[in-house]
Design a protein around this ligand. Sequence first.
Ligand code: SF4
Ligand code: SF4
Length: 97
Amino acid sequence: MTKKDDNISAMCRPAIGEAGKTGDWRDKRPTIDHNKCIPFIKKKPACFLCWLYCPDGVITATIPISIDLDYCKGCGICAEECPAKAIAMINEEGKDD
Ligand code: SF4
Ligand code: SF4
């Protein structure tokens, strides 16, 4: 019988936590306005482009979506890809531009 490896999935999504709690590396953090988020508004699974494009695999494809800030490195791709502008990047406290 083949042993299942939980770190391998069909989409080869990144594994959380391989380098520790990488959220400490972040200068900016994503914030979500759920009232602009398509699946939250429609109350059904839709869009989830942020989940698809997040290189760290830290966004859930759930209603509402959530972001695990312990591991989000603040790249801003989710905010760039969101068609509804529901995600904004804000400065981390003490890390001004
Ligand atoms: S800022 Fe980057 S790492 Fe953080 S949730 Fe968005 S896409 Fe993922
Ligand atoms: S990409 Fe934007 S609208 Fe789509 S699920 Fe993510 S936050 Fe919501």
